[in-house]
Structures are given as C-alpha cells and as structure tokens.
Design a protein around this ligand. Structure first.
Ligand code: F0G
Length: 509
C-alpha cells in the first residue's frame, strides 16, 4: 500500500508533517488518543482538541460503545427512510424538554435531522428562506386583494384615484414585481464560523474559506461585535418596501409595506474556530432586539458550544439569547455517531419544509438512539455533567491563568466558558528567531506550538484556524487533574521557548 500514491489529501498531510502533527492514532479512549512508538508500544496522548468539541463524553464512552454494539448486534434499521421513526420523535421530545427548562417557557421547537454541523446550518438557512419566500407571497396576495378592492371602490364611485387608476395599479404591480425579487439578506458576526458547505460557507467570516465560493451563494453582511448597537441602522439600509393601495376618506392612496427581506442573523454564543470569543449579554440583547424589530430570525449556532460544553445545555441560555433556530451537532453523536439537528421554533415552523428537504443518512435509528443516550447521560442527576463541565472549566482556566501570570510577555489572554477555552499567545513578529517570525507572519505559529506540545508533552490541541495564535482546549467532562497539569507544563515549556526565541526547540529541528 505504501508504494501507491497517497490520494487522500496528501498536501494537508505534508503540511501537518512540517510541524510534526502528522501522528497516526491507533486507539482512542476517554481523553486519550494512542499512538505506537518505534518499538510498537502504545503512547498515550491527552486530547484537548476533542474533535473540535465532539467528545464532551470522551472518545468511545463505554456506555455509548455498548449501546452501539447492541444496536448493531440486534440489527438496528439504519436505512429505513420514509417510515415511522419513533426514536427520532423521542429525541425531538427529549430536546424540547431541555429547551423548555432552559427557555423557561413551553414554545416547542420542531426538529429537522442532519449529519453534520454545516448541514444543520444549511437546513436552518433553507427553512428561514422558505419562511421568508412564503411571507413575501402572502404579502403580494394581500396587496393584490387591496388593489382589487380599490378598483371596485373606484368603479362604484366610492373612491377616486389621482389620475388613471389602471395606470396606478399597473405601476404598483411593476414596482412590486421588481422589489419582491430582492435577494435575501443574511447577517453574521465577524469571526463567525458556520461551516464550509456551499451555503454555510457564505456565513463563515474567514475570507480564505469563503471568498473562492462567493459566486455560488448569497451575500452575508458581517458585523463586528463592537458595532452591534448600529444594527438598526444597518437593517434600515437593507429595508425594501412594496407598494400597497388603500382607500382612505374616498381617495386611493399608495401605502408602503415592508418586504420580508431578512433571511437570518447567524451567531455563535461562543465563537470556536474564530478564537474562543464569548458573546456577552449586552451583545445578545442588541441582536435579539434589532432582529425582532425587522422580523429577522436569529440562528443560534450551538454546533460547538452546545450540548452542555459551557455548563448549560445551550451556551446561549447563559446570556439570555433566544434563538428562532438552533443548530446542534458534534457531541450530539456521543463521539461515535455522526448526527446533527436543526431546531425551528413553532411560531416560524413551516411543515411543508419536510417535503422539500431530506438527507439519506439523517434521522437514522443508529445515530438518533445514540443521541438519545447522550442526552440521558447529560441530564442524569439533575444535570451533574453540566455542573462538572463548569467545575472542570474553572480548573483548567486557573491553570491557564497561572501560565499567563508566569509569562505575561508571551501569553496575552485566557478566555472562554466551561470546557470551551482558549489561550492566546502574543504576536511574535518581533521574535529574535526568523523561523518564529515567519510562522507568526504565516498564521501557523499556533500549529508550531501544537507540534511542540505533541512532540515534547504528548498533549494534542490546535489553534483556532481564524485566530492562529490562540490554542483551544475542549476536553471531555471527565478530564483529570493530572492531564490538566500535563497541559499546563507543556504550555509553560512553549512559553519559555517563545520567550527565549528558541526556534530550534519550537520546530523540533
Ligand atoms: N458551526 C460551528 C460553530 C462549528 O464550530 C463548526 C465546525 C460547524 C458549524 C460545522 O460543523 O464540521 O460538522 O460541518 N467547527 C470545526 C472547528 C470545523 O474547527 O471548530 P461540521
């Protein structure tokens, strides 16, 4: 096999090898991945990358693996599309029980199933667009009825138009036909990440991911968190009115009607890939208030922050941000199954969406039964694992802050919530070592540091791709003190290497 050409993303592998990250893992359990050394002995690596948030219950959690085994041994119907899916219905009910508790009200959310985070985002945007298009259609029907009523009033002499009525009606129709075709408007935060599929990549701020594909999709307006107070003004810039006709005091008068032009505002309660940036309550309030003003649905992307990782099931609950749509994925599959869901609040849900959207693998009995087990584990003992996520997050945060206090010249920030944490290294453009300056300039410093942590400390983590000097830490809720100390020791070593501008040590040459 080795003499055959590598056709499975060889360029990426070559790049990983250049920073000593091209490990081959042969086994995974809990917070550890295992590789074999030259003598074939297992070496344990503690995993703080955690599948970018997918292993809140750790790798191959014994109860999840046992359930997966039982399901397969008992012939679980994985492919039973277009049939009753009682397990999916149970999962939807279980998710709604959690949402009712976190929202403090009973409004149900309908559930559409998917296979990945980006797919859940695509489903949410598609549903929001279907809802918008149907609202545009209803508005045009209402206007047509009003024009007809005005025509009848002019015909029976109870109303008069300025000039020829039919010319006016034709003008209204012409203007509305053009304006109703206005492209939908999407908003998202700068630094946001919502996936890399054709639709979801349009919402992802990182230009390297999005720009080559801009021609394929809608245009998103990106807003800086610091500019959220100006959202009403930005929304005003996008407003479009249709023309309606009304009869007032015997006169036919044109009346503006706001066109539903806003498709969705996408937001992560904690930006993951964008550098572990926590949305605060004020920002959450500004988004929700401005969106309510123009009936723009809020799509809360909990793909990485959700499932209890930050100490509440939804990270958005902690800042009082109520979503019209939610996307959940990653840890929903318990680190074993690939599954995702989009949740749409009842007041916006369009059942006809079920007839125009589907996926071969989504909603299958294997994944949804495992997802149900995940919820059961998270909700057990009154949500003990959520509390543990908070406690373990505090333990890791304390360790990271101690590193920052020891190396204030090299470590500039520690941030995050629960088990979604980041540590930011200072800009190294002034380093005495050329290779360190080059990595810093090339946005690969974080990967070089990750290579040192793996090579010298058997700690696995990565930077957040859009904030390359920030390493992120997303272990399981079962992460132990010894592993946290192992991480802290590695970070101190990396900080000392940067302080000493020791390029050879950093790059392992
Ligand atoms: N939304 C968020 C907030 C994510 O963090 C991710 C993936 C996605 C959507 C897409 O999910 O990969 O299952 O299609 N985040 C990874 C990261 C890639 O680097 O944080 P997917």
């Amino acid at each position: 096999m080795d003499d055959e050409p590598d056709l499975a993303e060889p360029l990426l592998l070559g790049w990983l090898a250049s920073v000593h990250l091209d490990a081959h893992y042969t086994r995974a359990e809990g917070d550890h991945l295992y590789r074999l050394d030259e003598q074939g002995r297992e070496v344990a690596v503690v995993d703080f990358a955690g599948g970018y948030g997918s292993t809140l219950l750790g790798h191959n959690h014994p109860e999840i693996v046992a359930l997966a085994r039982d399901l397969l041994a008992n012939g679980v119907p994985v492919h039973a599309q277009f049939s009753r899916h009682p397990y999916a219905r149970d999962l939807a009910s279980a998710l709604n029980r959690v949402l009712r508790r976190e929202h403090g009200d009973d409004e149900p959310y309908s559930v559409i199933f998917a296979n990945s985070g980006a797919e859940a985002i695509e489903a949410a945007v598609k549903h929001a667009e279907l809802d918008r298009v149907l609202k545009v259609g209803a508005l045009r029907e209402s206007i047509a009825a009003n024009v007809e009523a005005a025509r009848a009033a002019v015909a029976d002499g109870t109303a008069v138009a300025d000039g020829d009525f039919e010319a006016l009606a034709a003008r209204v129709d012409e203007v509305n036909a053009e304006r109703a075709a206005t492209r939908p408007v999407l908003f998202a935060l700068e630094g946001g990440f919502h996936g890399k599929l054709v639709g979801s990549v349009q919402l992802t701020h990182n230009a390297a991911y999005r720009n080559p594909f801009g021609a394929l999709g809608v245009t998103t307006r990106f807003v800086a968190k610091d500019d959220l107070a100006s959202l009403p003004k930005l929304f005003d810039e996008e407003r479009v009115d249709l023309l309606d006709l009304e009869v007032r005091d015997g006169r036919v008068v044109p009346v503006p009607r706001p066109l539903p032009v806003f498709c969705a505002f996408a937001v992560e309660p904690v930006q993951g890939e964008g550098g572990i940036r926590v949305l605060d309550e004020r920002s959450a309030r500004l988004i929700r208030t401005a969106c309510d003003e123009v009936d723009c649905p809020v799509l809360v992307d909990e793909v990485q922050s959700g499932m209890g990782r930050t100490g509440t099931f939804l990270a958005s609950s902690a800042v009082g941000l109520r979503g019209d749509y939610y996307a959940l994925a990653k840890s929903l599959g318990g680190g074993v199954a690939k599954t995702a869901v989009m949740l749409a609040r009842a007041s916006r849900y369009r059942g006809e969406f079920e007839l125009v959207h589907s996926s071969t693998f989504a909603k299958d009995a294997f994944s949804t039964t495992i997802a149900l087990k995940v919820l059961e584990l998270l909700e057990a003992d009154g949500g003990a694992l959520y509390r543990r996520a908070t406690e373990r997050g505090e333990r890791i945060t304390a360790a990271l802050r101690a590193v920052r206090e020891e190396f204030p010249d090299v470590v500039v920030d520690v941030r995050g919530r629960g088990l979604m944490l980041g540590l930011e290294f200072a800009d190294q453009s002034g380093s005495a070592h050329a290779a360190i300056r080059e990595h810093n300039a090339g946005g690969t410093l974080g990967y070089a540091i990750a290579g040192l942590l793996l090579r010298r400390h058997r700690v696995r983590t990565f930077p957040t791709a859009s904030a390359p000097n920030t390493l992120r830490f997303e272990p399981s809720v079962f992460i132990g003190d010894a592993e946290v100390d192992q991480l802290a020791e590695g970070l101190r070593d990396a900080a000392a290497v940067l302080r000493a501008a020791d390029g050879e040590a950093l790059l392992g040459s």
